[in-house]
Design a protein around this ligand. Sequence first.
Ligand code: PHE
Length: 330
Amino acid sequence: LERESLVAFDAADDADSLEEVRVRYLGAKKGALKDVQKQMGSIDPSDRKAAGMRLNEFKSKIQSVFEASQDRLGGGGEAGVDPTFDPSLPGIRPNLGHIHPITQTVNHLMEIMGRMGFEAAEGPEVEDPWHNFVALNIPEDHPARDPLDNFYLATASANSDRSVEGEQLLRSQTSTVQIRVMENRKPPIRVISLGRVYRPDDPDATHFPMFHQMEGLYVDEHVTMANLKTVLRVFATNYLGGDVQIRFRPSFFPFTEPSVEVDFLWNGNWIEFGGAGMVDPAVFEAVGYDPEKVSGFAFGLGVERLCMRRHGITDIRDLYSGDLRFLRQF
Ligand code: PHE
């Protein structure tokens, strides 16, 4: 064993293999030396003293061989430590990433609406005209379907087929998810959908060609506009803080009737955050619901707008600039 171990220590040619050899012979638990030590008990008592001395001799020899190998490999101190390493120098702090402010907002909105019993639903960002328009009561000749106002996929030529089976586009609103949910489920329904939408707007302080919406849909028997107003007011109070007042202004959307613009009174100003209304009977018919039996409300709020108001952000482009000096503040 002695000879074998001396050869092994000599053969170690880097810190890793030296460490392996050290564990093999000097390891506190399974090292060969430990094995020998364990056998001491079974030695005849009259021989035990001599054997113990021999073992100690072996131990110190092997220990010094180990240290010699360490010196030879330049380890000096602890095995595997770079001798040029200066532990007194200040460390380099690793760059930790964190969650983007819009993702934080999405999570926060989901949590607030979740407490009111709304569960999250999702839909694809590349949509067909049925879900983005037709089922939402937006007919073929409606200006909202204009190629100048939508990102049709490259396979779609400007004046090609814009019918139900027509060309795909990047969804321009999360109202598409209302249709997808109702097509697959029966009332009662209480969902929100938070996701990206796309419109070919020139970027400025308040516009960006990609932004996020929070869509809400509540369908049951006897749902009223008062329910809509209460849900939105409770939501705004939770997200923006304080007792936020809410105002509805008459508006028009093809998929709601009546339709309203939603304003919140915040820091003394009435600010528009999105649109809402009672689900249009034509939409219920498109998904196979009986408009005589169920009623519902829907709303769509701008996520960036909510996030920007809450955090005092004045330019939407900052959110998507990737500038860490900006992003690190959240
Ligand atoms: N989809 C509408 C928009 O993008 C908002 C909306 C959603 C209005 C739901 C009414 C109901 O402007």
